[in-house]
Design a protein around this ligand. Structure first.
Ligand SMILES: [Zn+2]
Length: 284
């Protein structure tokens, strides 16, 4: 895959991280994977991406470089640069284009079908943020695989059913029927589609699935300092009965990841001037 020059070295490291993570994921399982992921994203964001919010939603203003992000995160770009997912392997990416003060912008999410509730939460949060800014959403695009995996999940859901459910959800959330873009994988050459959105186009590109050994250079990055102050969060349940938090001051609501990793404050998005912004949520 061709990299944009100025972000080349930075992207390289991020890319290697993903590869190592993929391997780690298989060995250690999912919770550890998620934790590692959000830390890494945080580090990356310190380097070249402005991290405004949590809940895995990065808000950036990037006008030229392509910004890639990983599964279970999301990006809103108030600039002209393209935003893209890593390889989608059976995953669902939902994004859109908007206009804010006459300028175009884009957003994109990327989740495994199993995490469709998380994807709904992120889309809801993105819409809330864009509504706050009075942005006008002009297009919604849903990237889906051509031949979904046949696994049947807990409640009898299949990838195909989840895709249909997400088409309905995004259509009603944004009051816009999503444009369906189908990507494919070529397992014989270990390649899969990635989703790319810019203000002028949306597309998928088939790129090699990343599987290379752990690169140790990222171990030299100092660990993120932990905030020491805490606040008591309001405990709520989302529509599906899963625990979420609400800030007692700014009333912001988290996704389901925040109660699982309260010390990862990027998972709790507050209003920009909220005094709880850099504090760890605790339960009463
Ligand atoms: Zn707050």
């Amino acid at each position: 895959m061709v990299r944009k020059t100025s972000m080349r070295s930075k992207n390289k490291r991020v890319k290697r991280n993903t590869k190592s993570r993929r391997i780690k994921r298989k060995i250690k399982g999912r919770r550890i994977k998620r934790k590692t992921k959000s830390r890494r994203i945080k580090r990356k964001s310190r380097k070249n991406i402005k991290l405004v919010g949590g809940g895995g939603i990065l808000e950036i203003t990037e006008n030229s470089n392509e910004t890639e992000f990983e599964q279970s995160h999301a990006v809103i770009n108030y600039g002209l640069g393209p935003i893209s997912t890593y390889n989608l392997v059976n995953c669902i990416a939902i994004g859109g284009m908007f206009e804010l003060d006459g300028k175009p912008g884009t957003f994109l999410t990327h989740e495994s079908p199993l995490d469709y509730l998380e994807q709904q939460t992120k889309l809801y949060q993105i819409k809330t943020r864009l509504d706050t800014h009075k942005a006008i959403i002009t297009q919604i695009i849903l990237f889906r695989i051509d031949v979904p995996a046949l696994d049947v999940y807990g409640s009898g859901l299949t990838t195909q059913k989840i895709i249909e459910l997400m088409i309905d959800y995004s259509g009603s959330l944004f009051s816009l029927p999503p444009i369906i873009h189908t990507y494919s994988c070529d397992i014989s050459t270990l390649r899969c589609g990635k989703a790319i959105i810019s203000p002028t186009e949306y597309k998928s590109e088939i790129t090699p699935i990343r599987i290379t050994p752990l690169n140790t250079t990222d171990l030299s990055i100092p660990p993120t300092p932990r905030p020491s102050e805490t606040f008591i969060a309001i405990v709520l349940n989302n529509a599906n009965g899963k625990k979420i938090y609400q800030c007692p001051i700014c009333k912001s609501i988290t996704g389901t990841a925040a109660p699982l990793n309260p010390e990862d404050i990027t998972l709790f998005t507050h209003k920009y001037d909220c005094p709880n912004k850099f504090k760890i949520p605790k339960e009463n």
